[in-house]
Every structure is written in structure tokens, then in C-alpha cells.
Write a protein that binds this ligand. Structure first.
Ligand code: ATP
Length: 199
């Protein structure tokens, strides 16, 4: 799997539609302070499903939308797309090339697309969950995060190891199953109440 390109349109300082193509090998992004290097990394995190505005240095998710400059009005929507070569089927999808798109509007509405088809956030999260990428992975480490990991509590560090070891996926499935079980138990109790009322 390889990241082929990234498109930012209205995301943070990228008011104008900008596409960055990635060649095989290592890519370095250089530029003066405040030129948008971190915004590029955050765009990749965001399109892979990041749900914390705080992790993107904002208060609300809509803060990722270009909010105007001296010579440009604020925009009403931000869009980020990544295209991945998936010919080795590293990501669990039948497609050999995947374009993942996320949009957000000022009113907070969001859209997620895989190859131009509307999908749920869960579909994006599931796509990346066992890949070492995605919103809770450690393939993107921001300044300050390393210190946070070193100073973290043992339980927090355990969750890091679980994520890296691929256990996180099963924990998540277990949580979903437990929630369903609890709902079913509640329904069962209600049915039993009704039965005893009728008896
Ligand atoms: P450094 O080298 O100092 O870490 P950088 O190249 O990583 O800087 P970024 O932090 O990515 O730069 O970009 C910061 C710039 O992005 C700031 O000028 C900030 O005003 C701008 N910016 C952030 N969010 C928005 C937004 N929603 N709309 C417009 N501009 C934004």
C-alpha cells in the first residue's frame, strides 16, 4: 500500500484546492514556520477519521475550515481526499486503488466517501483499524505526544501496546457485542414484564 496523493480544499490554511503527489520512497515537507506543514499531516489524520478537534489544534471540528485571511473570505466547507494504491490489498478492500474523502460544513454536517460512494465514519475506521494507520495509531506522532507517552500511566501505555499488537480491533468488537447484549437483556426484561402483566 502506498499513499499516492493528498488533496486539500478549504482545509485550514489551504483555501485553494491543492493536490500533493507522493512518489515511492521517503517524502520530506519543508517550509518556513507557519507555512502549513503540520496542517498537511493533520489533513491526513482527519481524512482517516480523527474525531478530536483538540488533536487538530482546534476547539470545534468546524475549526478545520479555512477561516479567512487578509485578502480572502472564510469558506463554508473543507474537503480532504487521499488516494492509496491498494494493489497488494493491505487494506481490507477489493479495490486496488482507494480514494477516501471527508467533508465538513460550517453547520457541523460531515460526509465520508470511499471511491465516491457515501459511507459511514465506521466504514473508514474499520478500513484502517488493523493497518497501523487510522486515528488511534502511532504512525503519526506530533510534537509533544512522545513526551505524553513516556509520562503516561501504565494503563495508557498498555492501550498503546494493544493498539500496536492489533488487539484493539477485538476489544472494539467486544465492546460493540457487549452493548448489543445489554440492549437485548433490557428488551428481554421488558418482554418478561409484559408476560407477567398478562398472566
Ligand atoms: P511550524 O514550522 O511553526 O510548526 P507549520 O509549517 O507546521 O509551522 P502549521 O502549524 O501547519 O505551520 O500552519 C499554521 C498556519 O495555519 C497559521 O498561519 C494558521 O493561521 C493557519 N491556520 C490554521 N487553521 C486555519 C484555518 N482554519 N483557516 C486559515 N488558516 C488557518
Amino acid at each position: 500500500m502506498q499513499l499516492l496523493s493528498l488533496t486539500l480544499d478549504g482545509f485550514k490554511s489551504f483555501a485553494q484546492k491543492t493536490t500533493i503527489k507522493f512518489e515511492p520512497g521517503m517524502t520530506g515537507i519543508v517550509g518556513p514556520n507557519g507555512s502549513g506543514k503540520s496542517n498537511i499531516i493533520e489533513a491526513i489524520q482527519w481524512v482517516m477519521g480523527e474525531q478530536s478537534a483538540h488533536h487538530l489544534r482546534g476547539d470545534r471540528m468546524a475549526d478545520v475550515i479555512f477561516n479567512g485571511s487578509a485578502d480572502r473570505k472564510p469558506l463554508n466547507r473543507a474537503l480532504v481526499s487521499i488516494t492509496l494504491d491498494n494493489s497488494d490489498h493491505y487494506l481490507a478492500s477489493e479495490f486496488t486503488e482507494l480514494t477516501i474523502t471527508r467533508k465538513i460544513y460550517r453547520n457541523g454536517d460531515s460526509e465520508y466517501l470511499i471511491n465516491d460512494q457515501n459511507v459511514r465514519l465506521k466504514d473508514i475506521t474499520d478500513l484502517f483499524i488493523d493497518s497501523g494507520l487510522g486515528r488511534e495509531s502511532f504512525s503519526i506522532i506530533s510534537q509533544g505526544r512522545i513526551e505524553e507517552i513516556f509520562n503516561g500511566k501504565p494503563l495508557d501505555r498498555r492501550s498503546i501496546i494493544e493498539t500496536v499488537a492489533g488487539v484493539a480491533k477485538y476489544k472494539k468488537n467486544k465492546e460493540t457485542a457487549e452493548k448489543r447484549l445489554a440492549t437485548t437483556m433490557e428488551n428481554l426484561n421488558r418482554v418478561n414484564d409484559i408476560i407477567s402483566e398478562l398472566e
